[in-house]
Design a protein around this ligand. Structure first.
Ligand SMILES: Cc1cc2nc3c(=O)[nH]c(=O)nc-3n(C[C@H](O)[C@H](O)[C@H](O)COP(=O)(O)OP(=O)(O)OC[C@H]3O[C@@H](n4cnc5c(N)ncnc54)[C@H](O)[C@@H]3O)c2cc1C
Length: 350
């Protein structure tokens, strides 16, 4: 059985690893840029439901199922999602970049910008420094001021934010007698034993580690840009970029507008049927707090993650990650969570 995976962001990687674990010969193709590498690399599974912060991603997922929402999580169901998270945690340990956390509860972490972010899984040292542990303690922010990191600003911002969120911590800059010392991750990676702030762009470390692991397993990863597909009798026969690729099963995990999977005309390789929100474009506020209607644009799939081309199902193709429609990872905080859950299920193809 040969599986062709397009995309090497989180969804493509997890799909490839899952298909490999079933004994499939996996070939991964990607053109390069991914949203995964731009992210802060902490795994948001489900942080907000209809604008309200939720304590447990699992509870939020169950509500989506009950309310029959058009959402990739509602298609997969809680049990599969839980399985996929365990799969990811296991892989993270194997690649030597261990993640901690549980789908039963969200945690809060401080970021390099002095904000507090609700998330679910985090790299070991970031997880150890979760804000829940700061309660009634003294926390010292250390590290040199840099272009994207101003410790004094972080301190001022956290002093305002933390009481609002119910965490009574004293936050100081470069003080003594500290219980917890926070440093940017690049200092941590030199082997210091303090915990870390979440940094935008650290997703690139996670992606790199996962891709190294893929390589170590002997999975082929080819740099190419897929431009079209030949479809016959409801099945993909070949994908074409600089070269042609044939296989038994195909997975497209080419991301959204950032990764390149979507463009202003729709899905960029096959022109698959897509879910488009019908609201009028928001002109006055480009980034409204409730989310931009276009964020939910993406490919429509059935319960097996099979997409449709001109309303006809493609039976040997599955879609994973942010190419999928019906959800808005920015406002609900579900980006890498959806990529892991759908990648895992896409890799389960027979
Ligand atoms: C700035 C930023 C910060 C974020 N922070 C977080 C965070 O902290 N936590 C979180 O959980 N989520 C976060 N997200 C969301 C999260 O990063 C994405 O939802 C997730 O990475 C999507 O993964 P993906 O694999 O579906 O797509 P991508 O990671 O975008 O991967 C798409 C892949 O497809 C390839 N590709 C595209 N078109 C083609 C083609 N035609 N041929 C070959 N290859 C192709 C690309 O090269 C790439 O390898 C953030 C997003 C952004 C933009």
């Amino acid at each position: 059985m040969k599986t062709i995976v397009v995309g090497s962001g989180m969804a493509g990687i997890i799909a490839g690893l899952r298909a490999y674990s079933h004994g499939s010969d996996v070939v991964m193709i990607s053109q390069g840029r991914s949203a995964t590498s731009l992210s802060s690399g902490v795994v948001d599974v489900f942080g907000y439901f209809r604008g309200e912060e939720i304590k447990s991603p699992l509870e939020g997922i169950k509500r989506l199922e009950e309310e029959n929402e058009v959402h990739p999580y509602a298609i997969l169901g809680a049990e599969r999602i839980k399985e996929s998270i365990d799969f990811f945690i296991n892989i993270s340990k194997k690649v030597g970049f261990p993640f901690r956390g549980s789908i039963d509860r969200n945690i809060h972490i401080a970021t390099q910008f002095g904000t507090v972010k609700s998330t679910c899984l985090a790299y070991d040292r970031i997880y150890s420094g979760r804000v829940e542990r700061w309660k009634d303690r003294r926390v010292d922010i250390t590290g040199k001021s840099e272009r994207n990191f101003r410790p004094a600003f972080v301190v001022e911002s956290l002093r305002i934010l933390l009481p609002k969120l119910g965490f009574n911590a004293g936050v100081f800059h470069d003080g003594e007698d500290c219980d917890i010392i926070l440093k940017p991750l690049k200092q941590i990676s030199k082997g210091e034993s303090s915990c870390a702030l979440s940094l935008l762009g650290d997703g690139s470390i996670l992606e790199k580690k996962l891709l190294e692991y893929i390589k170590s397993l002997g999975i082929r990863h080819i740099k190419d840009r897929i431009l079209k597909a030949d479809i016959e009798k409801g099945e993909i026969k070949t994908l074409t970029g600089k070269r042609q690729y044939t296989g038994d099963n195909f997975i497209i995990a080419s991301g959204d507008y950032i990764g390149g999977g979507l463009n202003s005309f729709g899905e960029s390789i096959i022109h698959l049927d897509i879910y488009r929100i019908k609201d009028k474009p928001v002109r006055k506020i480009p980034f409204p707090v409730k989310g931009h209607p276009y964020s939910k644009n993406g490919v429509i799939v059935d319960e097996n993650l099979n997409p449709f081309y001109r309303e006809k199902r493609i039976s040997n193709l599955r879609i994973a990650g942010s190419l999928l429609g019906g959800y808005d990872y920015c406002t609900e905080k579900s980006g890498l969570g959806v990529a892991i859950a759908t990648g895992y299920s896409a890799g389960d193809m027979e």
